[in-house]
Design a protein. Sequence first.
Length: 343
Amino acid sequence: MFDELEQVTSTGVERVRAAATLEELRSVEQELLGKKSPLAAFNQRLGALPTEERKEAGRRVNEARTVVQNAIAERRRSLAADERRQRLQAERLDLTEVIPAPGRGHLHLTTQTRDELEDVFIGMGYQVAEGPEAEDDWHNFEALNMPPAHPARSMWDTFYLDLGEPETVLLRTHTSPVQVRVMQSQAPPIYIVAPGRVYRYETPDPRHLAVFHQIEGLVVDKGISFADLAGTIETFTNAYFGPGTHSRLRPSYFPFTEPSAEFEVTCIFCHGDGCRVCSQTGWIELGGCGMVHPNVLKAGGIDPEEWTGFAFGFGIDRLAQIRHQVDDERDFLVNDIRFLSQF
Ligand code: PHE
C-alpha cells in the first residue's frame, strides 16, 4: 500500500508541475484531492486496516496529501506570476513610440501668418494684447464713437448673442474693441497689436468669411501724428513683404478715427505694373487706419488734450490669401489636408 501511495503522490506532483495554466491547475487539483481522488480512496481503505497499522498508514496518507497540496500552492504562485507578466507585457504602451507616416502636422496658414505679423510688430517695439470674442455692445460700438442706432453700425453685420438684455452682447465684428480695453487697463504710452478672431453676419464667398481674423494696431503717445501712422505702415510693409514694396493711404471713413484712411500695398505679384490680382491698379487694399478719435480716447480714460494716437486694422486671412494666391478663402475653414499641407 505504501508503494502505491508513493506512486500516486509522485505522479500527482508531476501532473501538478505539468499544468500549463491556472485553469488547468484547478482541474488537476480537483482530480488529485477531490472526493473521487485516489488519495480519498486511501482514506477509505484505512478503515479496513488493523488498529496499530492504521495509525501509521493514516499519517502517511496525510503526509502524501500535504506534499500534493504544497506542490499545487507552489505551481499556483508561479503560474499567477507568469500570467501577470504576460498581461503587463500585452497592455504595455510605449509612450515614446514614433509613428512615421503620414507625417507631422503643422500650424494652420492663418496661425503662421499671425505669428509672422506678431514678430514684425514685436520687432518694432509693440506688445501683443488680447480681448474677448464675445464682446459687449459698449466696447464693440459705443466706445468706438458709435452710439446706439448710429448709421455707421451697419458697416458691420452683427451676430448678437442671446445673453442679458437684447442686443447687448455680441460676437465682436472687429478687433477694434481691444483698443478700448487696452486704454482702460494701461496708461499711455501704448504700443500694441491685437490679433484675433472676429465674426460678421455674412454669407461666405471666395473673398468673405463669417468667421475670420484681424490684427489691430494701437499707438497712443505724446505728439503722435499722421506722419507716424504713414511711416509705421510703410515700415511694416517693408518688413513683411520685403524691400521694394511700398504703402499708400487713401481717404476713407471710420467713426473711431479722424482722419481715416484705407491703406494699400504695392501688388506683390506685379510690383506695381498692374495684373489680374490687383485689378490692373498696381495696389492691393489691405485695411483701415487713422488717428484715434478724441471720443475714443475719452472712452478709454485718456485725455485727448495730452495724448494722441493712431490705429489700424486688417484681415490676417486676407493677407495670407493674397500672399499665397488662394482663390477661395473658404478653403481656410474646410480642413482639407490637400489644401493645408501646401503651406
Ligand atoms: N475695425 C475696422 C474694420 O474692421 C478697421 C480699422 C481699424 C479702421 C483701426 C481704422 C482703425 O474694418
